[in-house]
Design a protein around this ligand. Sequence first.
Ligand SMILES: C[S@@+](CC[C@H](N)C(=O)[O-])C[C@H]1O[C@@H](n2cnc3c(N)ncnc32)[C@H](O)[C@@H]1O
Length: 285
Amino acid sequence: MIPTTGDTAATWLHTERFAGTSATERRTAEQRLHHIRDCVLDGARIIPTDHVVDLGAGTGLLTLAALTRVGPHGYVTAVDQSGPALRSIRPSPGGGTLRCVVADAAKLPIPDATAHAVVTRSVLIYLEDLAGTIREAARILKPGGRLSVFEPLNNRRHHDAELTGITAAEIQAINAAAAQATPAARTMTAFDAHVLIGHAADAGFQVHPITTDIVTTTMYTPDAVDTHLNRRPHPGAPTPLETVITALGEPFARRYRQAWHDAVERKPITYTTPVLYLTATARTH
Ligand SMILES: C[S@@+](CC[C@H](N)C(=O)[O-])C[C@H]1O[C@@H](n2cnc3c(N)ncnc32)[C@H](O)[C@@H]1O
């Protein structure tokens, strides 16, 4: 049994992030995650025997593949503030050694200059202390070690639904409620590529040109819309419909949901999320 009780990150990663999706939608989402995982690990240039640190490892998306890459004489330190998430990681035989560390990414109980690579996916956007976390990555990396990061720029995420009858003021009220809903909503708004590059440069990294990409997801049916409106976008967050109820009440939420249904009946609705990959090299002197 997966130990998720009382832990928002573990619960979201195990049961909420794909809640309500069809088998096809889930397969597409998992394929996309695997592509991102492979890009992050390629960016870290991991070789057998390496020590890799996965910051905010969650249930082990990067960790499990990194264990295969470092081989039986390497090891991976999976760091997360969620013990239940880390305890659910199940490595396959034949790979490296797994060490799980429950810690804040900005205060790593890992000695200086002991990691060949630090990797992270979809974690930095949530951090209160982004600068401190990047400094910790620099501290634990050996000279010439690699930092490899993927983050979605959720503050620039948008959709093309034409919501007939919903006013700009109502959309503004919903967006304001979403921005207040969780601490993560605030850190996501503050996060962008320039902030991250600045912190990496300040920590002494040589930052390589960043790669950006666009991730799109398209909804074709009212069922898909309902799944979207009732799924938590990130750990501990209210669902979009809960946010709408908070902002403007239940009667409005019924009208809002109907507007989404009408929109998807007229044409598919696409969400577009800009994302970034950053790699950087730790100072060599
Ligand atoms: C969206 S999940 C991503 C998990 C994993 N990296 C993946 O790609 O599946 C974000 C993870 O970051 C962890 N996290 C958030 N803030 C953290 C912090 N300050 N220190 C350590 N881990 C943190 C959460 O517990 C959660 O497991």
